[in-house]
Ligand binder design. Structure first.
Ligand code: GRF
Length: 280
């Protein structure tokens, strides 16, 4: 189970962004049209200049900034300040993302990250979100944040990643796809776990990479798929159609939507559309 049981009237979604926020915009547009079965109740960013915040403001959505840059430099948190009632050593043992060899340095980094996450959780929880959607949020997420939302065996954090995971995790999905000369690129929406882009996959879509493509043309093709696939995953969640099977060694999702094959086909057709327009 996901912990999200197809709530009525609408799923309450908080979106985290660091940049332009075109995925956020796509979700806002669908939500406004009543095409999402979800309401975007808050937007938060790790930086004040994220254009996604402007998009939120225009849509009248509450939006917040937690200045990760300054918190990670240690500003605003005392040198001896605790990151709340947190066992950093235990968190460090659980985390898989901070790869700093020196333990003291790593623990200090983790302490600051957790301080930022406590502030983020503080602003998000005012809006009582059912689901947290990462949409170009370029910060590490520690087990502290994940456990807060994935409590009671639920999965409440989604991420969209611009590659066909497990290929090309990290921050450069389009660049990696292009520079490796891949013939197909992909998009993955997955639940967030404690690894880097390793959580259970909910949906994937692929697009062709043509010989005359550039990084920019594949990014454009991929992004237009991102908007479809992210919205669809939220619809499935809102409808209670995403289940997580934890009986296998790796948790796997099961989608119980009888239209699933048609939806997959529609994504593939869309991925070919800009090629056919070129040929016209
Ligand atoms: C998208 O490519 C998304 O897959 C990745 O970050 C990018 C965000 O783009 N995680 P935007 O800010 O939504 O335009």
């Amino acid at each position: 189970m996901t912990g999200i049981e197809g709530k009525s009237p609408k799923l309450r979604v908080a979106v985290l962004v660091s940049g332009g926020g075109t995925n956020l915009q796509a979700l806002i547009d669908r939500s406004v049209k009543g095409d999402l079965n979800a309401e975007i109740v808050a937007v938060a960013s790790d930086r004040g200049d994220a254009y996604g915040l402007v998009r939120a403001a225009r849509a009248g959505i509450p939006h917040h900034v937690v200045d990760y840059g300054s918190i990670l430099k240690g500003h605003g948190i005392g040198a001896s300040a605790e990151a709340g009632p947190v066992d950093l050593v235990e968190l460090d043992a659980a985390q898989k993302i901070l790869r700093i060899a020196d333990t003291a340095t790593r623990l200090e980094r983790l302490r600051r990250l957790v301080c930022a996450e406590q502030q983020l959780i503080g602003v998000l929880d005012r809006h009582e979100p059912d689901l947290i959607c990462l949409a170009g949020f370029m910060r590490l997420i520690s087990p502290y944040f994940i456990r807060h939302y994935n409590r009671d065996n639920a999965w409440r954090i989604l991420n969209i990643h611009p590659a066909l995971l497990p290929a090309f995790p990290g921050q450069h999905g389009y660049e990696d796809t292009f520079s490796h000369g891949c013939r197909w690129g992909g998009i993955t929406v997955h639940f967030v776990d404690e690894g880097e882009d390793t959580g259970p996959v909910i949906a994937q879509a692929v697009y062709p990479v043509w010989p005359d493509d550039s990084l920019e043309t594949i990014r454009r093709r991929g992004l237009s798929l991102e908007y479809e696939i992210y919205a669809q995953c939220i619809r499935w969640l809102a409808a209670g159609q995403v289940h997580v099977d934890t009986t296998s060694p790796r948790p796997k999702t099961i989608i119980t939507d009888s239209n699933y094959p048609d939806i997959l086909e529609s994504w593939t057709i869309k991925a070919f559309q800009d090629r056919s327009r070129k040929a016209e």
